[in-house]
Design a protein around this ligand. Sequence first.
Ligand code: DGT
Ligand code: MG
Ligand code: MG
Length: 243
Amino acid sequence: MDNSEIFSNLVTIPPVFVRLDGRAFHGLTRKFGFAKPFDDRFCEAMVGVSMSLVAESGLAPVFAFTFSDEISLYFNDLPFSGRVEKIDSVASSYAASALTLALGATEPLAFDARIVQATPESAIVYMTGRQDEAWRNHLNAYCQQALIAEGLDATVAAEQLKGMPAKDLHEMMHARGVNLAKTPAWQRRGVLVYKKEVQKEGYNPITNKRVTVTRNMVTADRDLPLFSTPQGQLFLKNLVGRA
Ligand code: DGT
Ligand code: MG
Ligand code: MG
C-alpha cells in the first residue's frame, strides 16, 4: 500500500528540548485581562501546566523551564520511540488542554511545538539563552507598559524600545522609580519545574517502626540562580545530568 504519511517515520534521538509556545497569546492575555506587564495567575497556570507535563503527562521530561507563554521540556529519554510528529503533537495538545482547564477558558487555545536537538553541553547553553530571553522580555515588558501608561500607543512604544540596549531600558525604569533588578525573581529568571529528592517520615506497620523514605517530588523553583554565572552553570550541569 502506498504510504503518504511521509513524516510519520521521522525520528529524533535524545537529548532534546521540546519548546512549546502559546499561539497568539497577545489575544488571550487581552481577553482574560491579565495584569501587565506580569500576571501572577497566568504565570501560576503556566507553572501548573509545566508540573503536569513533568509529573502526569506520561511524556516524562527531566525538567521544564517556563517564562512568558513558553515552556521548554528537556528529555534524556524520548517517548514514542523518538517520533517527531507524535512528540510535538501530544506535548502541545496536552499543554493546551491543561492550560484550558487551569484558566477555566471557555474558548480553545493552542500551543506550537518545536524540537531543539541537544547534547548535555549544548543544553546548558540553551538554558542560559532562554533565561537571557526571559530577562530581555522582562525589561521590555516593564518599559512597554510604562510608555503605554504615559499615553503612547502600543505600536509606537514598541517601535521606541526596539533595539534599545538592556542598560538603557534599565535606566529608563530607574528614572521612573522602578529598580528592575528587584522585581520578583520569577519575572526576571523564569521558573524551573523538576523532580527533587525529599526525605519523608513514614511508618512501617509490620516492624512497628518509624522510617525515613526518599521520594521524588515535583517542585517549582521560582527563585533561580542566574544561569550565566559559575554558580548557575554548575546548577545546570547537575540538572542536565539527571536521569
Ligand atoms: P505567537 O507566539 O507568534 O503565536 O504570538 P504571541 O502573541 O503568543 O507572541 P509571543 O509568544 O511572542 O508573546 C507572548 C505574549 O504573551 C505577549 O503578547 C505577552 C503575553 N504575556 C505573557 N505573559 C504575560 C503576562 O504575565 N501578562 C500579560 N498581560 N501578558 C503576558
Ligand atoms: Mg506565543
Ligand atoms: Mg512566546
